[in-house]
Design a protein around this ligand. Sequence first.
Ligand code: RIB
Length: 314
Amino acid sequence: MAKTRKRLRIVVIGSAIMDLTTFTDRFPNPGETMFGNQFDLGFGGKGANQAVAARLCGAEVDMVSRVGDDIFGPATIENFQRQGIGCRDVRKVKGASTGAAPIFVDPSGQNRIVVIKGANDTLTPDAVDLALPRLRRADVIVLQFEIPLKTIYHVVSLARELGIRCILNPAPACKANFRKIRSVDYFIPNETEAEALTGKPIRTVNDATASARSLLDMGFRRVLLTLGEKGVLAANPDGVRHFPAFPVRAKDTSGAGDAFIGCFATFLAEGRPEEEAVQRASLYAALSTRNVGTQKSFIRRRELDAEWSQRPRS
Ligand code: RIB
């Protein structure tokens, strides 16, 4: 008899944003108009991307988010519905615009992103309380920094109170009160965010190791520091371990960090050992860079499983 996987519940409390991605050979100088190579319009936002990645990896996912009353708001909600993501707690805010992100991608696939938060800034602690029936059933709660900090603090303390595992992706980096967030189970910055938080530049894996240790010293219990093509570091009081990246030919790295987090949350919720969850998520993130866009570059679980069975691992 075929074994069926238990479906785990993940609640993502975070942003939904429209991504306007331009592919260009270089960036224009001040006052210069130039031609780009390609444009892509897609659904994004770190929260929404992480929710979609978790869903595609096999989790039941509920989203708590806010969109504007412009053309992108209803389209964003329909996108969640199409993906099978619960959106009882995704509401349209009168008079607000949906979040938007102009993204620039260079020929190496590297991205630069500007986020205009719009309706995401109206996701208050009260809005989270309205989602309590969904939150109480969650195996894992996932958060990022594209919503108000007071909401993040509220959710982190709520997660503790309810005994639900909580993952915080401090992206984009901003000045937060560490005492209010360090009880999260996993703190997952990338190198830019870790640099901003610790004040220590990261050029090498050794720099990253020192940075991960500083984050532990600041009181975080487990840190996963994502390093793009250099892989990922898993740090906890027992030590720091480096997992090299899976080699791929990258076209667009936008959303790769979100792919990592959504996938990691799913394998964590499934009860896989941390080391396996990190490596599977790392492969999922690498594979997402082969295609253009954020959510639209994420693959399904069966494709990930097939790649996982073929790839040599450390
Ligand atoms: O992490 C990538 C995401 O960052 C994009 O989808 C963009 O919307 C910004 O939130």
